[in-house]
Ligand binder design. Structure first.
Ligand code: NAD
Length: 348
């Protein structure tokens, strides 16, 4: 992989540069690119190191580390989840991440990942929906209109071809914000007063709410046959969005079962509850959608390989651009054993 430069500088993508890069590439193009990188890594799923993320819980939120490696590169993301933050003017989810060269152990990229997480989560949702959503799906219900919602909508538009979104949030201001942001972006937007109204006529139901409890955003009687549910918000122990009865009527697809059984909607079910791993569907080893009346459910929690794919994409995409600065974050003396001498020589 990348050889360390003489000065061992590490490219750093700030929030500002991530926004500039996103505009340079175009949001929808970036979502499609990320979906391609994620899909490519799902196809090589077996060669990755995999572990459920390492979570540190508190009464108000969680801080997590998400590591993985494909043997050539190693990546991790630091991410928090604090549903109470919004009321204090702070983000629910913030993140940064690092990619390193397995051969030298040297970092090759440090980047903001708050925006990148929203992009990669949306790209993953749409990449999965491409396999599972009913053919010709054109309308999505978007329940929870916070930070992730516009990204989710645009990914479903760009990758799955939806042209209408029906918004619902317990806070009408969130739906107004989402509708305003999506204006003119090629999706017909309807703000709804109830979740029932939002799912009317929708083939894809996305739940993306933040609440540190087992909530019931969708009840069993709200979900008709033939839909695809993209359940994003239930991603922590004690935090779910769907009535258990919905899971019993659905075919449930997951990223990495050992993590999803702790964090996902299926934490409500027994340890032997049947799920299908998405990488096997993508490789054609297991069926995805098999019938028009089938309810497919992506029990999304967000897995380290998706972040690794996003880090790979950013590393590749910033090469030769001005969308990063070099950070002097690695002490790298000319004589590797003369670390102390290097410190001494720095004395003015
Ligand atoms: P956010 O706080 O910006 O938005 C959440 C929205 O949900 C808010 O507008 C809130 O009013 C709304 N909400 C809360 N309870 C509701 C209810 N009962 N009905 C309707 N709306 C309700 O959060 P965000 O950054 O958009 O993230 C949303 C959730 O997605 C979080 O729980 C986060 O942890 C999760 N998430 C998952 C992944 C993944 O990979 N699966 C990635 C990122 C975020």
């Amino acid at each position: 992989m990348t050889q360390p430069s003489d000065k061992a500088l590490v490219p750093f993508v700030s929030v500002d540069n991530m926004m500039r890069l996103t505009h340079h590439v175009g949001v929808e193009q970036m979502l499609r690119d990320l979906a391609d990188y994620i899909e490519a890594d799902f196809k090589r799923w077996e060669l990755f190191d995999k572990t459920p993320r390492v979570a540190s819980h508190s009464d108000v939120g969680v801080i997590e580390l998400m590591p993985t490696s494909d043997g050539e590169a190693y990546g991790f993301k630091y991410v928090n989840g604090h549903p109470k933050n919004t009321s204090e003017g702070l983000q629910t989810v913030t993140a940064f991440g690092l990619l390193a060269d397995v051969y030298t152990g040297y970092p090759v990229l440090l980047t903001e990942m708050t925006i990148l997480t929203a992009l990669r989560t949306a790209a993953t949702s749409a990449m999965v929906a491409k396999y599972l959503a009913p053919k010709g799906a054109h309308t999505m219900a978007m329940i929870g209109n916070g930070a992730q919602s516009e990204f989710q909508t645009l990914a479903m538009k760009s990758i799955c071809g939806i042209d209408a979104v029906r918004l619902y949030d317990i806070d009408p201001a969130a739906s107004e914000k989402c509708a305003t942001n999506l204006a003119g972006l090629g999706v017909d937007v309807t703000i709804c007063k109830t979740p029932e109204q939002a799912i009317e006529g929708a083939q894809i139901l996305t739940t993306c709410t933040a609440d540190k409890q087992c909530a019931t955003i969708l009840t069993d009687n709200m979900v008709g046959s033939g839909v695809h549910i993209n359940a994003i918000g239930g991603d922590c122990p004690g935090k779910t969005e769907l009535a258990a009865a919905i899971l019993n009527r659905s075919d449930v697809f997951v990223e990495y079962p050992p993590q999803t059984r702790i964090e996902g909607e299926i934490q409500q079910m027994g340890a032997d509850f049947a799920v299908t791993e998405l990488w096997e569907v993508i490789l054609g080893r297991k069926p995805g959608r098999t019938g028009e009346r089938q309810i497919t459910l992506f029990d999304s929690v967000g897995f380290a390989i998706e972040d690794f794919s996003a880090l790979r994409y950013i590393r590749d995409r910033i090469a030769g651009t001005g969308f990063f600065v070099d950070l002097d974050m690695l002490a790298d003396p000319d004589d590797p054993r003369d670390l102390f001498g290097m410190v001494q020589r720095a004395q003015v």
